[in-house]
Write a protein of this length. Structure first.
Length: 131
């Protein structure tokens, strides 16, 4: 038996083990694991498939605190465009809300909105229409 204690940051990691028997034959194996709690980040405002007018507040929510949440949209050509960084997180009884207020439209059309954290967690994309 063997044990090892080490603090690992959140994310996907590979744990590998190599052993040697008395006859000096070696064996190894590895497994990929996800460390940390798999807590989703959800886009809660505006709702999907909605017609939006400006000023527009975009809000994402999670049960986990993230220090860095940014908002994006995909234009009609599928290009990712940054809308900006959320202000400070609002703590609402074990739920964190991240918001960005947009005062100016980015042009009429259909767009997909989403948010991403600094460590790569991303919301599902929602479609909005700007008149």
């Amino acid at each position: 038996n063997c044990s090892l204690t080490k603090n690992l940051s959140e994310g996907r990691r590979t744990i590998a083990v190599k052993g040697t028997k008395l006859n000096e034959k070696t064996y190894d194996n590895s497994v990929s694991v996800m460390f940390g709690v798999d807590v989703p980040l959800n886009l809660v405002e505006p709702s999907g498939n909605s017609l939006v007018i400006f000023p527009l507040t975009i809000t994402a929510e999670s049960n986990k605190f993230y220090s860095d949440v940014n908002f994006y949209y995909l234009d009609e050509n599928g290009e990712e465009k940054s809308l900006g960084k959320a202000g400070s997180a609002q703590n609402l009884e074990n739920s964190y809300r991240y918001s960005l207020k947009l005062n100016e439209s980015f042009g009429s059309g259909k767009y997909q909105l989403f948010a991403k954290t600094g460590n790569g967690r991303q919301t599902k994309k929602i479609t909005i229409t700007v008149p």
